[in-house]
Structures are given as C-alpha cells and as structure tokens.
Design a protein. Structure first.
Length: 482
C-alpha cells in the first residue's frame, strides 16, 4: 500500500505539472485531450486517497528537522478531491470560452500549473513543504490575472502579486518566530513541549498571512481588483478554489500544529474572530452596492470566505463541520456564478448587473445554474449553503463563545439578507421581468459551457441533501480535537 500511496501522490502532483509544461511549450498538442486526461488521472488518484491515512513519503531531506514530504489524511482528502472536481469543470468550460483566443494554451497551461501547486499543498505533511507549494500557487496563478495583457490587467496582476507576497511574508515571519514546534509534521496531537510564549502571536501572524489569500480584512483589496481583469475561468478558479489555499493553510496551523487547546481562550483567536466578522459584513455591504457583475461577485467572495474563517476560529465540532461545508458550497457556488458571468459576457458583452434583464429567457440553462448557486450562497435549503450556515450558527452559540459568538450569528444573518439583496434581483430580472424590449442575437452557449455549469450546480443540491458525505470525513478529526 505504501508504494500505491507514493504512486498516487506522484500522479496527483506531477501529472498537471508535466502536462502544463508541455502545453506551455507545444502549441500543436491536442489541448482538449491533454487537459481532460490529466484531470481524469488526478481525480482517480485523489479518490483513491479519500478516507485513507498513509505514512510520510519523504522526497527530499534537508536537515534532521527540515524535510519535504507528503502524507494523506481526511482533511487533505477533503481539499484534494474538491480541487480536482472544480478544475475539471472550470477547464472544460474554458474550451469554449477561449475558442477564439490565440493565448488559450497559456491560460490552460498556467491553470494546470496552479492545480499542481494546490495538489502539493493538500498532500504536504509539514509546514515547510506546504509553504513551498503555497508560494508556487501565487507564482502559477499570477499569469492568469495578467492574461489579457492590458494596462489594467497588468496593474491588477501586480496588486495580486503584492498582496500575496505580503501575506506570505507574514506566514514566514510567524514561522520563524514560532520556533521548533512549527517544524514537526502535521498531527491532531502536536507536541508542544518545545512551545514558547510567543507561539500564539506567531500563529496570529501566520493566520493573517494565510487569510490574505482568502481575502480577509485588512488584506482583502486584491480580490475586487483582480477578478474583473482576469478571464472568467481564471476568476472562477481564483475565487472558488485558489482562495482555499489560504483556508487550508489556516486549518493546518490552527488544528494540526498549534491546536485548539492553546488558542481557544487566547486573545489572538479573538482577534481573528473579530477580523472575520468585519470582513463578512463589509464584503456583503460592498457587494450590495456594486453594479459591475464580476466585482459584485468578488466582494461577495470576500464576505463568504470569512464565514469559513469565523467557523474555524470558533473551534467546536459543529463549527468545523460548518467551515468545511462552507468551503465546498462556496467553491461550487462561486465557480458557477463566475462561469455564468463569463458565458454571458462571451455571447452578449454584458458586464453590468443592469444588463442582465431577460437573460434567463435567452439562456435558460446557464441562468438556471446561476439561480441554484445564488440560493445556496444565500443559505436556503435544500442546498449546501444552508447546512453550512446552520452548523456555523450552532457552533457559534455554544456557551464558551459568549457574546462574541452571539454577535457573530447576528452578523451572519445580516450578511445573508444582503446576499439575497444582491443576488435575487438578478435572478428575478433574468426570468420574470416581462417580455424583452429588444432581441438577443448571435450564438448561444453550447453543451461545452452549460454542461459543466449544471454539473457544478448539482453538487450544491447533493451536498445539501447528503452533508454526511463530508461530515463523516471529519468524525475522527473531531473525536481527537474536541
């Protein structure tokens, strides 16, 4: 089994790396086959690793304490499988979106390179390895924002790169301050015998650094700048899955290196809760006022991602379940919403909310996916977002959270109302605004676009009805943590 584990790890990590390099350097390659076969290989290998725990596979030892190695656990599986499904849907959509783009090899090549870095993060067995792949995520995804090559795209890519470097610097600073404790392999029972008094503050620096990738205040400003400039598939990956690199990093340092026992009653944990709640409210109010569709969705991501951070910082079984459910539901919902905006942009050129009138009548399948994703994001049953927010509220209302948890639930409810306010009018205008006063012309999205949209939206229903698909994965983690 050990050799099968090593083979699965190498397939999951190296397949997208090798194919990305071929795609970037050989424009004659059959792009569709290369991307589909690569994603099928990584999906099969990640499913093989699902619900399994393996010993470390060390591929480079630097010193006795510092090594680059892979391992697999339930938490890694939850992110690894999610990444493969999202990339398969988004890249399949890209074939039609980029059909007339002579730079599509570059877009898909760097997407696969980003997938390689994210897969490496999921399989990393220690912070050194994970930090290496975390930096690679930024370097691989930076060209996706730069893709269009316009002046505004260059500015947006530099802002994205600058914020990412700042966040990574905070992670590195906390890592150096934390000392030997942070060099150990990830474990639900970390050895804190070498912990210093600075460990909680070191954790806070790293937490804020990782949360930068997830768009938490005060390092959130890159999202509304980068998303409008990136192509729709890149925006979908940035919002739906690349931001999850920050979430995974936050989970690893909080639960697998330092532990709730050290952090639960600390001031540093309360700082993260307050910052996450500020972000939830701020993001939803800014999204409510925004008129540009992709920018509205970017502000929405700022808000919805901090739901996850809030749940992680509450540190209870229910809130951890809610955070993971929110991770999956946000990924599927936001990828779907950004891809729908890309489909509408490609066939109509519309970029503003006010221009989406009657689009449901012209593009019913595409806008049906938008509707399902919107309902889940608001938190309505029977979709995944409802179960996520229910678990978050249940965990926040536990006695030990006091007024901080109670006020957090109120902010989450207010944010849900704002979310309904900035998404439901789009759905209403698309389907129920009477007969259009003008006619749509030109082609419509083909199966290459609407099939992945409906498939991604269907996951929101499946997870909403059967949340135990994910929460059962967390049982052993919760049993050891709490």
């Amino acid at each position: 089994m050990y050799y099968l584990f090593a083979l699965a790890c190498l397939t999951t990590v190296l397949a997208p790396l090798i194919v990305s390099l071929i795609v970037l350097n050989n424009r004659k390659i059959n792009l569709r086959k290369a991307v589909i076969y690569t994603n099928l290989a990584t999906l099969v290998s990640s499913i093989f690793l699902w619900q399994q725990n393996f010993e470390e596979f060390t591929f480079l030892r630097i010193t006795d304490q510092i090594k680059l190695s892979f391992s697999q656990d339930s938490m890694g599986s939850l992110f690894l499988v999610l990444i493969q499904i999202i990339f398969m849907g988004a890249l399949y959509f890209s074939f039609e979106y980029h059909d007339n783009d002579n730079r599509k090899h570059r877009a898909l090549g760097f997407s696969l390179l980003t997938q390689f870095a994210l897969n490496g993060m999921c399989l990393s067995s220690n912070l050194v390895t994970m930090y290496l792949f975390y930096e690679m995520v930024t370097l691989a995804s930076f060209p996706l924002v730069l893709h269009n090559g316009t002046k505004s795209a260059r500015q947006a890519s530099y802002i994205y790169l600058g914020y990412s470097i700042a966040g990574a610097a905070l992670v590195l600073g906390g890592f150096l301050l934390g000392g030997p404790t942070l060099l150990q392999s990830f474990s639900l029972k970390p050895d804190l015998s070498l912990a210093t008094a600075q460990l909680p503050f070191a954790w806070l620096l790293m937490a804020i650094g990782f949360a930068c990738k997830a768009g938490m205040f005060p390092l959130q400003s890159w999202l509304p700048v980068a998303h409008p400039e990136a192509p729709a598939p890149a925006s979908a990956l940035l919002s739906g899955i690349i931001t999850k690199a920050g979430i995974l990093g936050l989970i690893r340092i909080t639960y697998f290196l330092v532990g709730p026992g050290v952090l639960l009653l600390s001031r540093e944990r309360n700082v993260m809760i307050v910052l996450s709640l500020i972000t939830v409210f701020m993001g939803s109010t800014l999204a409510f006022k925004e008129k540009l569709i992709k920018k509205r969705l970017a502000y929405s991501s700022i808000s919805q991602l901090s739901y996850i951070i809030f749940g992680l910082m509450i540190m209870s079984p229910a809130s951890l379940n809610g955070a993971i459910l929110q991770t999956w539901s946000h990924a599927f919902a936001k990828v779907t919403l950004f891809l729908v905006s890309g489909a509408i942009l490609k066939y109509t050129g519309y970029t503003h909310v006010s221009e989406l009138l009657h689009t449901g009548k012209r593009y019913p399948l595409v806008m049906s996916a938008f509707t399902i994703a919107s309902l889940s994001l608001i938190g309505l049953p029977p979709f995944a977002g409802f179960m996520a927010k229910w678990n978050l509220a249940e965990g926040a209302l536990l006695k030990f959270n006091g007024s901080l948890g109670f006020n957090g639930v109120i902010i989450l409810l207010l944010s849900a109302l704002f979310t309904a306010g900035y998404l439901l009018p789009i759905v209403s205008d698309a389907f129920f605004s009477g007969q259009p006063t003008y006619r749509f012309s030109g082609a419509r999205p083909t199966k290459t676009m609407w099939a992945p949209l409906l498939t991604l939206a269907a996951f929101l229903f499946i997870i909403g009805v059967y949340p135990n698909i994910l929460t059962d994965q967390l049982q052993s983690i919760n049993a050891l943590l709490f």
